[in-house]
Design a protein around this ligand. Structure first.
Ligand SMILES: C[S@@+](CC[C@H](N)C(=O)[O-])C[C@H]1O[C@@H](n2cnc3c(N)ncnc32)[C@H](O)[C@@H]1O
Length: 275
């Protein structure tokens, strides 16, 4: 069977907006709408404010244009589902010529990221950390679209670590567009992650001036990353310490998007395919 070219299909969808909107505007609106859709499945304090932003963006388009954005997100989901070992949005961003060279936005080819992550797993330090704390953490303070972190997730999985539960991902980028790409990809791959928009030299991590986006899998696992919580799972499979609001949020998450389990037990956020 011929393999689908998701990048080509994505570009064809973007072409539908040609001559009316710039590629830059479509790309950024697509990222904001997608990131908000993913973030707002959880009961987060920013929910209402983000919903308003979502409506102001989507209502600036005609009805037939509005319908294109979910189709674009669907292609990202399908591409990552078929091959999670890639920086799909990062390479698309380069392919569309949207990367900003003045900000040093040259994203690392995926195979280099994979190699660098493998080096991180040399030795048994990670296993010891996992035993001691119950999780390991990884930080890319200049994350771009998240290629390094995606590779880390895949390499962790290869080394028998369920990154959806036992890895805390921290990402920061000074550029909103880059951070949004990273947020969407880490969310879809089921990474518990905090993605921060801000200058990691002047204002690192959760500085009050920075904007932070938490992935759905972060909320579902956050208790694991608290001191002294390297705990066990309950007999019913539900995590101890997982609050009722989080359980309800998980239900709504499952209602709007399907959680598919692969043969290896790894979960993936998926949307219903449009007919
Ligand atoms: C060379 S790219 C690397 C991206 C990613 N780590 C990768 O390997 O694909 C560098 C990224 O750093 C970001 N950046 C530059 N200066 C920064 C700063 N002071 N704080 C946070 N991010 C910064 C840029 O926006 C860009 O996305």
């Amino acid at each position: 069977m011929e393999k689908k070219d998701y990048k080509k299909e994505f570009c064809a969808l973007m072409d539908r907006f040609a001559f009316r909107y710039s590629k830059w505007q479509i790309w950024n609106d697509f990222l904001s709408l997608s990131a908000i859709s993913l973030a707002n499945v959880m009961p987060v304090p920013e929910k209402e404010e983000r919903e308003k932003l979502y409506l102001s963006i989507i209502n600036s388009y005609q009805k037939e244009d509005q319908e294109v954005f979910p189709k674009m997100l669907e292609l990202v989901v399908l591409a990552l589902e078929e091959n999670p070992e890639q920086d799909f949005l990062g390479s698309l961003y380069h392919h569309l010529g949207l990367h900003q060279e003045q900000k040093g936005q040259f994203f690392t080819p995926y195979h280099i990221c994979h190699f660098m992550s493998e080096l991180q797993f040399a030795g048994d330090e990670k296993e010891e950390q996992l035993k001691e704390k119950g999780y390991i953490s990884v930080n890319d303070p200049a994350c771009g679209a998240g290629a390094m972190l995606i590779a880390f997730a895949n390499v962790a999985k290869k080394h028998g670590i369920n990154y959806q539960k036992h890895v805390l991902f921290v990402a920061q980028d000074i550029d909103r567009t880059a951070a949004m790409m990273c947020y969407i990809q880490l969310s879809l791959l089921g990474c518990p992650a905090i993605v921060i928009i801000g200058d990691s030299l002047a204002k690192p991590f959760l500085h009050p001036n920075n904007e932070a986006w938490y992935t759905p899998f972060f909320y579902l696992n956050q208790w694991r990353f608290m001191p002294g919580q390297a705990g066990e799972e309950r007999a019913d499979g539900m995590d101890a310490g997982c609050g009722q609001d989080m359980i309800e949020a998980a239900d709504s998450l499952l209602g709007s998007m399907k959680l598919l389990e692969g043969a290896d037990g790894q979960l993936m956020l998926c949307m219903e395919q449009a007919s």
